[in-house]
Design a protein around this ligand. Structure first.
Ligand SMILES: [Zn+2]
Length: 63
């Protein structure tokens, strides 16, 4: 798992500052999910939980 790669994905987010009540969305492809990979990112000033679908998880080295 490459945290620099995850950081690059997070930096591309188009942030909506309005609070939302919803399920998970993949950090990369934005697919909506009930179950997701949960990854802690503590890099480049970010300390957040990031979610990935199975396909995008594979792309960053998760199995
Ligand atoms: Zn995805």
């Amino acid at each position: 798992m490459d945290s620099k790669k995850i950081l690059e994905i997070v930096k591309k987010w188009n942030i909506n500052y309005t609070p939302e009540f919803r399920g998970f969305r993949c950090a990369k492809c934005q697919k909506k999910m009930h179950k997701a990979w949960h990854i802690w990112l503590n890099e480049g000033g970010y300390k957040i939980e990031v979610h990935f679908c199975r396909k995008c998880g594979k792309d960053i080295g998760l199995k």
